[in-house]
Write a protein of this length. Structure first.
Length: 476
């Protein structure tokens, strides 16, 4: 049954990777995959539980005497349904609620024209200066927003500035790299970093301090080489006239700016909220959404002469949340949870430990793999394979120096956040930012592969090198 679960997962994964070839939404595939894997697991639970969850199963029976009195098969079913499934669903729900809250805040800012205050400030027409400016704005913007939203905003801006698609595509390639690199070092940036942060594998200050420079390097080196391709001193084919940004007619520029400052400020405060209250991040982001919701309600209450249909209230924005993406995360995270519950991921981790036994090699491989397949299940699988080490487990480990890298804010988790986020840039299909840019610009796979992939790989490996140097200095 274990072999069958692995084959089903790989088949589902292949179908997800070939979403556009099959013309079937990957969210649908992920949901079916989730259901099938949990069915297979609960059928095989009586034979798998003793080896995969022996101690936790015995503790469950000790805490529930009424279940312990049931036949063994019923005990296993109760353990899977009432313990494992609910535990994994709770952990997954934390991530999904956080994403829904953050996505709603970002959409509110965008629909009220808040991001126009950023894009309006770009005035240079020198291509080499412009590519550095675009890279910098994208890098830091994606640390606060999701990579996909940042990419959409910056690509739409480029369309107003550069008409020649051959030149524009070079800029778009750098936007993809900067969006992925910028999201990796922030706890609220890339979805994989959010996953690690929400589950407590990493915390805010150590994550930012260790990954900021490697992520900067991973973007700066490709940007430098890309700038050499552009013509020195020449302006782009068309300019962006001053004050061309279109602000929604239902708000003033001052109100747009207020929503931008309030929304971004609330997102930035979510890690601070977690640090001081010790409550999970989804509590912080839902509180932030509530505050912004109250502000917009008060804002529209003053506009009594305005038609209700054009008011962009939160209740209207929520109806347009990207639910297929949320359901994809639900399906794929719960699919990986089924493999974890069955003990498959633990066995795979033991294999890697015995054959590779090097966290740098393991993470670099994960990063390279994330350029081909979705990085969300890769990170979820890694989190399932390697639980966070506590002091008691570490003390009894046969190789404490190696296992030390798996403690909270350990080397493995920081490097995983970097590799999974930045590695997705190596191929255009390896990240949400790349897929969105490919759709918006009709950029083809081979063009990106020939002109951007090598630059992305050089930046990726350079960032890994910088991180290794940081670790070495820290140990000195």
């Amino acid at each position: 049954m274990v072999l069958l679960m692995i084959l089903v997962f790989l088949l589902g994964y292949a179908c997800i990777a070939m979403e556009h070839k099959l013309n079937i939404n990957k969210s649908a595939i992920a949901l079916v995959l989730c259901g099938v894997l949990w069915v297979l697991y609960i059928v095989a639970a009586p034979s798998l539980i003793p080896s995969a969850a022996g101690s936790s199963f015995q503790q469950f029976l000790a805490d529930n005497p009424s279940v312990a009195a049931l036949p063994y098969l019923e005990q296993c079913i109760q353990f899977v349904v009432g313990n494992q499934l609910l535990d994994h669903l709770g952990e997954t729900a934390e991530i999904l609620i956080f994403l829904i809250g953050a996505m709603t805040i970002v959409d509110l800012i965008d629909l009220h024209g808040g991001f126009s205050f950023i894009t309006d400030r770009i005035t240079t027409r020198n291509e080499r200066k412009l590519i550095w400016l675009i890279a910098g704005i994208t890098f830091f913007m994606s640390a606060l927003l999701d990579n996909m939203t940042t990419t959409i905003i910056m690509v739409m801006l480029l369309r107003k500035i550069i008409r020649n698609y051959k030149i524009r595509w070079i800029f778009v390639g750098i936007i993809i790299l900067a969006a992925n690199g910028g999201g990796a070092w922030s706890p609220i940036g890339d979805v994989t970093t959010i996953m690690l942060w929400v589950k407590g594998n990493v915390t805010t200050a150590p994550l930012v301090s260790t990954l900021l420079i490697p992520c900067l390097v991973s973007v700066a080196i490709p940007t430098f080489f890309a700038s050499r391709i552009l013509r020195h001193g020449e302006t782009t084919t068309t300019g962006l006239p001053a004050h061309t940004a279109s602000y929604p007619r239902y708000v003033t520029k001052a109100e747009s700016l207020t929503i931008l400052i309030l929304g971004v400020g609330l997102l930035v405060c979510v890690p601070v909220f977690k640090t001081f209250t010790h409550l999970p991040p989804f509590m912080g982001v839902t509180t932030a959404l509530g505050i912004l919701w109250i502000y917009t309600e008060i804002l529209y209450r003053r506009k009594r002469d305005m038609e209700e249909s054009i008011k962009c209230r939160v209740s209207k924005v929520l109806k347009h949340i990207d639910m297929p993406t949320i359901l994809f995360f639900l399906g794929i995270l719960m699919s990986v949870a089924a493999l974890q519950s069955a003990g498959i991921l633990a066995s795979f981790a033991e294999l890697l430990d015995s054959k590779v036994h090097n966290i740098y090699a393991i993470n670099v491989m994960i990063g390279l793999l994330s350029s081909v397949v979705d990085n969300v299940p890769l990170v979820a699988a890694a989190m399932g394979m390697y639980p966070v080490m506590d002091a008691v487990t570490l003390a009894s480990a046969t190789d404490p120096a190696y296992m030390q890298t798996f403690v909270q804010d350990g080397t493995f988790w920081h490097l995983l956040a970097y590799c999974a986020g930045v590695g997705g840039s190596i191929l255009i299909i390896g990240s949400a930012a790349g897929v969105v840019a490919m759709g918006l610009e009709k950029m083809n796979f081979m063009w990106y592969f020939k002109r951007i992939s090598l630059l992305a790989l050089i930046g990726y490996l350079a960032g890994v090198g910088i991180y290794i140097v940081e670790v070495a200095i820290g140990m000195a």
